[in-house]
Design a binder for this molecule. Sequence first.
Ligand SMILES: [Zn+2]
Length: 409
Amino acid sequence: MQRAEEYFGFLERLVRVPSVAGEERAAQELLASRLETLGFASRWIPLTADLAELPGAGRPCSSLHGRSSLVCERSGESAASVLINGHIDVVPAGDPSLWTGAPFAQFRRDGWMVGRGAGDMKGGLVMALLALHALHDHNALGGRISFVVVPEEESSGNGTLATLRAGVTADAAILPEPTDLNIDVSGIGVLWCEIEVTGSGAHAGGRRSANPLDQLTAVARTIADLTAETAAGDVEARARHVYYNANLGQAEAGDWPSSVPTRARGVMRIGFPAPLSAAAMEERIRDAVARLEHDAACAGCTTRLAFPGLRAEPHALPVDHPLVTAVAEAHSAAHATTSRVLHTSSTSDARFYVNQAKVPAVCYGPVVSAIHGVDEAVDLSSIVAGAKTYARLIPALLAGLRPRPRSSA
Ligand SMILES: [Zn+2]
């Protein structure tokens, strides 16, 4: 595909911008100027605190000051409109010394580009751009297309909610999240839970006093057990390869080996199945932890729960929806292979289109490895492969989704 190397270079520039929460703007501006050369007009929709009141919203953990969602739109005649949504925020790199190179320096290795955010999801954003540029080169870029680039996907989803509140919608939405060129139609519920345990501290050699870190561990174990018990309600999960994990992703406690800590704090990410809501899962967690607090071993500690960040409701598009068929057909036409329909064990902003806006949405994006981990990478050839699918899919969606064929039975 022409321009592939040009866009790999553009991906290098994007990865070099460490667009962690609060630092997304510079990377968004790179995308805005690229889209403007393709005839898109860009505007910015600021993130505001009141977004957190909307159904499905998360509770942002970092300042919203100066943060906006980028909306780039192209007008034109088409039977239907299409929207591409991608997030520009990336998760922190972890310990940089564990990486082969500096996490945001990016480098290429055996056809892959390594760097934080290369896989989740700057590679996908570049994939969609490459497709649009290919259509532009063939004078085939026309119709109503919106390209939405949001912050806050990893921690609340409120960037996409801001665009929906501003009326940015379409007849179909596609998200180039990493799916290994498969079609991801659903997402599980995801809730973050902050656990803070305080005690009064003591000399480690004194009569055994309640240790907040022990209590934090006990609470985390209780929540993990509850998550497993709740997940058992989804009897088809295994067949769909869906996992509801509870992950203690952050923890801190204490400041001296010979002192009992005065405080321990942890933050968990908890997966849960439909039809539970985030509010219902929160209530279950609060009940389970309250029962634990009656345990004598916790005497002397105070446990406080809070639910900042993600409060993602489960979502699912029917596997026989015309949008799924359209993506599958575009993939087959581009590659003469079949794309699989996937159900992920995490979530994406597709949930807001499906749940809130009633717009069909799927994820379809490049082949990646180690996203959120050390040496995260994207397979560069899959960016080209995915762009070939999008170059067929976008005109097909602009022509309008075909209604589901009636069953002959
Ligand atoms: Zn992502």
